[in-house]
Structures are given as structure tokens and as C-alpha cells.
Design a protein around this ligand. Structure first.
Ligand SMILES: [Fe+2]
Length: 145
């Protein structure tokens, strides 16, 4: 994998991890007014994830990669489908957060659970995808040697 692409992806993933962590801190805080921060934080996460997914999708469409590794076409199709699902889930979380007018009750509890589920899916997706991208570029380089 070219260092530029790798660095960019790692930088994006670090920013996403940090935004996920911040969201968890707010969700765990129980501070009454933090529902305002939560809205902003989930929106910030949505933006970071969207940028990262667009970037990954542009790598998945690279002709030189797909020509050389046709099997990756299916894999990247699946990753793109997962992007759509994850964005939908993030939008649902964003809508729920936007509707909050307090930080108590069953709504916040189900938001915590939904966010946990989202986090697990996102992490699983990202590690599988990152491996595939890395494999494509590593194989590319070693075959060229
Ligand atoms: Fe991805």
C-alpha cells in the first residue's frame, strides 16, 4: 500500500476512533445537559465516517487494483454495501440524539445499546476492509518486484 494512502486511512481511522470514544464518554456521563453535546458529537462522527467511506470507496474502484485482483471486486462490493448499512444506522442514531430533550429514561438507555451495536459493526467492518486494502497493495508491490 502506498504510504500516502495508508497514512491517510490511518489518520481517518484514528479520528473516527476518537469520535467514537468521545461519544461513549458523553453517553456514559449521565450529565443532564449533555444531550446537546451528544447531538454535536454524533453529527461530527457521521461526517468523519462519511468522508472515510468515500475515500475507501475510491480505493475500491481503482482500476489497477481491480484488474489485477478480480476477487476484490466482490469484496469491495460487500464493503460498499456495509457502508450503506452503517451510514443508515448512524443516521438513525443521529435522529434519536436530535430528538432528545433530556438525558434520562429508557430512550438514552436504548441509544447506549444501539451505539454499542454500531461500534462493534463499524470496528469489524473497518478491520476486514483495511486488511483487504493492505493485501491488495502489498501483493501488488511484491508481484512488481
Ligand atoms: Fe469502510
Amino acid at each position: 500500500m502506498s504510504d500516502d494512502i495508508k497514512e491517510k486511512l490511518e489518520e481517518q481511522h484514528r479520528a473516527i476512533d476518537e469520535a467514537v470514544r468521545q461519544t461513549e464518554v458523553i453517553l456514559a456521563s449521565g450529565i443532564e445537559n449533555s444531550f446537546r453535546d451528544l447531538k454535536l458529537q454524533v453529527s461530527a462522527l457521521h461526517k468523519l465516517v462519511s468522508i472515510n467511506f468515500n475515500h475507501e470507496e475510491s480505493i475500491g474502484k481503482l482500476e489497477e487494483v481491480l484488474e489485477e485482483f478480480p476477487r476484490l471486486t466482490n469484496l469491495f462490493d460487500r464493503f460498499n454495501k456495509e457502508h450503506g448499512e452503517l451510514i443508515n444506522e448512524l443516521e438513525r442514531l443521529q435522529n434519536t440524539a436530535a430528538e432528545l430533550s433530556s438525558f434520562t429514561g429508557s430512550r438514552i438507555q436504548s441509544l447506549r445499546e444501539d451505539f454499542d451495536t454500531f461500534k462493534v459493526k463499524l470496528e469489524s467492518h473497518e478491520s476486514r476492509e483495511f486488511e483487504a486494502i493492505q493485501e491488495a497493495y502489498t501483493t501488488d508491490i511484491s508481484q512488481a518486484d
